[in-house]
Design a protein around this ligand. Sequence first.
Ligand SMILES: [Zn+2]
Length: 86
Amino acid sequence: MLSCKDLLEELGNYLDDEVSVDLRRELEEHLAECRPCKVVADSARQTVKIVTGCRSFELPSKFSAKIMAKIRAAGPGRAGSGEEES
Ligand SMILES: [Zn+2]
């Protein structure tokens, strides 16, 4: 079973369909059982859909990393952490 951290690290690849069949299955199993990650994945998917819907070109990897950083900041573990955007 993947940890949430593993999932978040692979999420961009997963959404880009760049993971192996095995990894994909592991990610989906995790998403099926981990609500916080599912919420993150769903919002990431929406974001990707919106972005790719506006411009039909491949996202540079740096862009994905930016999205991932945002998602990570807003994702699981947010409760309790006092620091938000400045
Ligand atoms: Zn999780």
